[in-house]
Ligand binder design. Structure first.
Ligand code: SF4
Ligand code: SF4
Length: 489
């Protein structure tokens, strides 16, 4: 492409976008905390966290990791605790099988989950991210702890990375990556067990690999994805990929309880001078923040919480613990960084303020939970579908009756075997089940052929509506409506 002569400057046209502004590197809003001026990633070395919140999160993580690992393997009534078999469209929650016919229940359940997160975010900020999200739990409580164990705290990690490659560095780095890979393999296999079931996973592991190439492919793919996330991608999964962090700006308001820096108490920040008493500090107009940067040093997303609530903050509480320890050392009350709303800090309002928005979300959540309970309690024990056998027409029987052939599918959603019978509800006639009884084993699906015979006098032209009751003993489980094809009258 020919370039413009050097003396001809481009003429700005009305409506042209304004020229890009230079980045203000002093303004935290203007750039990423994890990228340098050339846009290269700045690797984070957060200091090892400790304190009461960290201990509480660590204990909760042990429980969550136990549940996550056991989910596909623990059995309730022969079914796993949780399984999401997308391939076979079979979902198990707390041992209860949900079939494609239960899609509405699953969809409403998903809405309850999402609305629940919205309500909790509006009231308590990103409590999900810091305390419950599998990404944070695995990253901060498993992978990061292994890193601290093998490479030391942030200072030692930086020093090791600066050291030229040699046998010792190779050994420590190699060991860490090997452990990370092995853990990623375990996590990948657990995810696979959630999708295809633990029995299928065990079969892939123990059987001839040539019989399970697709399963093995997914096993390798999941392992590489988890290894990439926890060994390299890390906090960027929360700040670049997860949409929830971006939603928070629409869900939070000044009454939401978040991890917050008490700027009224902390500012103006200044280093603590030797022998400086709290009274002298206050008289000089200085706040309680001694600008020690410990809250920034522990942050796994590399932000400074003193700049206010930010999208990158995953509410891991590490800065609360770090600042509390600093406050203890300088004999000041804890809580300069704490769980608080903006209004609590600025106006001293109560911790949780019930706002109309929060009431609205809660009403919506209650309505969805009510609807979900209604669907669950009215869920039929046996789900029946009856369709005319494809490619068949009506038949005239030797006794003059007209017959239609149907295929019936019965799904038993209970944990006991159920024998059902079909009965015509709106017309006189007979139903013959061909082949075998309609005995449906617990949590299983059976298929059978059914012949319905009707007297020609009861037919209404070429298509007659037929209602069929599905009974277990004397109890009616369901009524199915279908059509019966007959000759032109
Ligand atoms: S840890 Fe506390 S005192 Fe230190 S810089 Fe952070 S807010 Fe200020
Ligand atoms: S600002 Fe504090 S709570 Fe937020 S991610 Fe950083 S350390 Fe965790």
């Amino acid at each position: 492409m020919a370039s413009a002569p050097p003396d001809l400057k481009p003429v700005e046209q009305a409506g042209d976008p304004p020229p890009a502004q230079a980045v203000d590197w002093a303004d935290f809003r203007d750039h990423l905390s994890t990228a340098d001026q050339e846009g290269r990633r700045q690797w984070l070395y957060p200091r090892k966290p400790s304190g009461r919140f960290h201990r509480a999160r660590a204990w909760l993580s042990v429980i969550l990791l136990g549940v996550m690992a056991a989910g596909p393997f623990v059995r309730i009534g022969g079914e796993p605790l949780l399984m999401m078999n997308i391939v076979e469209r079979r979902f198990v929650i707390l041992g209860q099988i949900f079939w494609p016919q239960d899609a509405v229940i699953l969809a409403i359940g998903l809405l309850v989950f999402l609305t629940g997160i919205a309500v909790f975010t509006a009231a308590y900020g990103r409590i999900w991210c810091g305390w419950l999200c599998p990404q944070t739990v695995l990253m901060e409580m498993v992978f990061r702890k292994i890193e601290y164990f093998l490479e030391g705290d942030s200072f030692e990690q930086r020093a090791l990375d600066r050291t030229p490659w040699g046998p010792q560095k190779l050994l420590r780095k190699g060991l860490k990556q090997a452990v990370f890979f092995a853990l990623s393999f375990l996590i990948g296999n657990t995810l696979l067990a959630y999708i295809i079931g633990s029995d299928a996973l065990i079969q892939i592991v123990t059987d001839d690999p040539a019989n399970h190439l697709v399963g093995l492919g997914f096993m390798i793919l999941f392992t590489l994805v988890f290894y990439g996330i926890f060994a390299r991608f890390r906090e960027q999964a929360c700040t670049f990929i997860c949409p929830y962090g971006r939603f928070q700006s629409t869900l939070l308001d000044e009454n939401s309880i978040v991890v917050a820096y008490d700027h009224k108490r902390g500012e103006s920040r200044a280093h603590l001078h030797r022998e400086e008493s709290p009274a002298a500090r206050r008289a000089a107009g200085r706040g309680d923040c001694i600008d020690c940067n410990q809250c920034v040093a522990v942050c796994p997303t590399g932000i400074d919480i003193r700049n206010g609530t930010q999208m990158e903050c995953v509410h891991c509480t590490a800065c609360i613990d770090a600042c509390d320890q600093v406050m203890d050392k300088v004999n000041q009350p804890r809580g300069l960084i704490r769980y608080a709303s903006l209004n609590a800090i600025e106006r001293g309002e109560s911790r949780l303020k019930i706002t109309p928005r929060l009431i609205g979300y809660t009403v919506l959540l209650a309505a969805l939970i009510g609807f979900e309970c209604f669907l669950l309690f009215n869920r039929s024990a046996v789900e029946t579908t009856l369709l005319r056998a494809p490619g068949t027409m009506f038949q005239t029987m030797p006794d003059g009756k007209i017959s239609n052939l149907y295929t019936v599918k019965l799904i038993n959603k209970t944990n006991r075997d159920v024998t059902v019978r079909l009965q015509l509800e709106n017309l006189k006639g007979t139903i013959h089940v061909l082949g075998h009884d309609l005995k449906v084993p617990a949590q299983k699906l059976i298929e059978a052929s059914v012949l319905i015979e009707l007297d020609p006098a009861s037919l209404q032209g070429t298509s007659t509506p037929v209602a069929i009751g599905v009974y277990a003993g004397e109890k009616k489980l369901q009524t199915i409506d279908t059509g019966f094809v007959g000759p032109r009258s």
